[in-house]
Design a protein around this ligand. Structure first.
Ligand SMILES: [Ca+2]
Length: 500
């Protein structure tokens, strides 16, 4: 017999006096017996000492009539509950006739097993024992939850001994203490279960509870499967409000959606890089079923934070210490830091800039307009230059008014929709007038994602400079474009005069 308590947070299985259900069980037992119509045995059917020959077919007929009598009320439930254990024992004495086929014994054992288990179920139903299960706690993966089990003896007269065995795969209850549940009594038990953290939402863990009763030396057992579905109690998303990479205070909004059918109390905190702070430090939300509640955080980036891309997540945890923690997907926060090159004299500001191509709507003007980080509301065509989206080399040529020794080159990358677009591979070249060709002087491969890239050059003197991106060397998200917000060329520090 199988009872499944699988509803997410509350389930009840009634083993109470459902006459029609009990009669249906007996009918199913009759069908199983009819399949073994040639099996036979002599049994004391009425308990009066008279042996009666009963074949499988006879048992089928007998049980069908019995089911009909129960339905009609001709046999009272109490009387039927008392009789069924005896019928089960009699059925077990049935034998298979000689000359059965090879698979006969197997099918015989199966059908007898089916018949007796249906009769056991009918007996439990008629006996007035009810099992209720209610899941307490948030059944999130990794959570600790309790099943609150109630066993109710709804019987008016008979006390019903009961044993409850958790996670028992057998019904071997040898040595089990049977405790009577008095008529009308409710026995409450709490079964603690830890859900594996590896459980995905929607998957479930099954725990078996065997409920056994023993009456007059007869033991009857039934199983309940406590199926605990791992659920997502809530979903959480983190949204960053538009900001420039230079802003040291960022506004982030956590949106928590309650998936439960009851109110959700959660603690909301941001997971921040070392040294970063948020105001408030944490929030407590009380969210109505099915609703979404947002809470805002102001994040302060420390003054000494390096230029980089930082990931911020929001973490939810149960306010009362129950339920597993969960985290949002990260949002990327870009920080421009305090670039060392700022305040230097960018020689590219006076240069003539040319590019291989421009993406529709773009032109090279933003490349040396002296604005490395445009304000968040700047129009995209003013914020950066982008090449055509083609699988070819792309380049930016910087013609200085005169030949200069350059010590550093800086490329500031654009933001678009909160994302940074950083070329992964590029070469820095100078034009060799004698050879009438471009010569590579520095190479950047597998460039890390950062608000800008600074390349040190060993003081090379040249008038024409070029940044060449090989075909497909662009940003990870758009490998076939070259997308740059500002270029900077800075003079090499003056060499101390060579000693004569
Ligand atoms: Ca610019």
């Amino acid at each position: 017999m199988k009872l499944t308590l699988s509803a997410q947070d509350c389930a009840a299985i009634h083993l109470g006096r459902r006459i029609d259900v009990a009669a249906g069980c007996i009918q199913l037992a009759a069908e199983a017996m009819e399949r073994q119509r040639t099996a036979s045995g002599e049994v004391d059917l009425r308990g009066d000492g008279q042996l009666v020959a009963m074949s499988g077919r006879d048992w089928g007929e007998y049980l069908r009539e019995y089911a009909a009598e129960i339905r009609q009320g001709a046999v009272p439930a109490d009387q039927c509950a008392a009789q069924l254990p005896r019928l089960i024992e009699l059925i077990k004495t049935l034998e298979l006739p000689a000359g059965a086929s090879e698979t006969g014994p197997q099918r015989f054992a199966r059908d007898i097993g089916i018949a007796t288990s249906h009769l056991l179920r009918a007996r439990m139903i008629l006996q007035g024992l009810k099992l209720y299960g209610k899941l307490e706690g948030d059944p999130a993966p990794g959570a600790d939850v309790d099943w609150a089990i109630s066993l109710v003896n709804a019987d008016s007269a008979a006390s019903d001994p009961v044993a409850l065995l958790l996670n028992s795969e057998t019904e071997d209850t040898e040595g089990t203490q049977y405790e009577p549940i008095e008529p009308g009594e409710t026995r409450r038990l709490r079964l603690n279960m830890g859900l594996p953290a590896s459980l995905s939402p929607g998957q479930w863990q099954s725990n078996t509870v065997v409920v056994s009763t023993e009456l007059d030396g007869q033991r009857l057992s039934t199983r309940a499967y406590l199926n605990t579905s791992a659920s997502e109690t809530a979903t959480v998303a983190l949204v960053a409000q538009p900001a420039s990479a230079r802003d040291t205070i960022r506004k982030l909004t956590a949106e928590v959606h309650n998936l439960r059918r009851d109110e959700l109390d959660v603690r909301v905190r941001l997971i921040l890089p070392m040294g970063w702070t948020s105001d408030p430090e944490e929030s407590f939300l009380q969210i109505a079923p099915g609703q979404t509640t947002a809470c805002d955080f102001s994040v302060t980036i420390p003054a000494d934070a390096e230029a980089n891309e930082y990931q911020i997540r929001v973490r939810l945890s149960g306010e009362r210490g129950r339920g597993a923690e969960r985290q949002s997907e990260p949002v990327n926060v870009f920080c421009f830091g305090q670039p060392e090159f700022e305040g230097w004299d960018n020689l590219a500001l006076t240069a003539t800039i040319a590019t291989d191509s421009s993406y529709s709507g773009y032109d090279p003007l933003p490349l040396n307009d002296g604005v490395p980080l445009p304000p968040p509301d700047a129009h995209w065509t003013d914020a950066a230059w982008a090449s055509a989206d083609t699988t070819v080399e792309h380049w930016i040529e910087i013609d200085l008014p005169e030949s200069r020794a350059i010590g550093r080159l800086v490329l500031v990358w654009p933001f678009d929709n909160g994302e940074l677009f950083v070329s992964r591979d590029f070469q820095i070249q100078v034009y060799d007038e004698l050879e009438a060709d471009w010569v590579g002087i520095a190479q950047v491969d597998a460039n890390r994602r950062s608000a800008y890239t600074e390349v040190t050059i060993p003081g090379i003197n040249a008038q024409r400079w070029r940044i060449l991106q090989p075909a497909g060397g662009g940003p990870q998200q758009r490998p076939n474009i070259m997308w740059v917000g500002e270029v900077g060329l800075y003079a090499a520090p003056e060499q101390p005069a060579a000693e004569e």
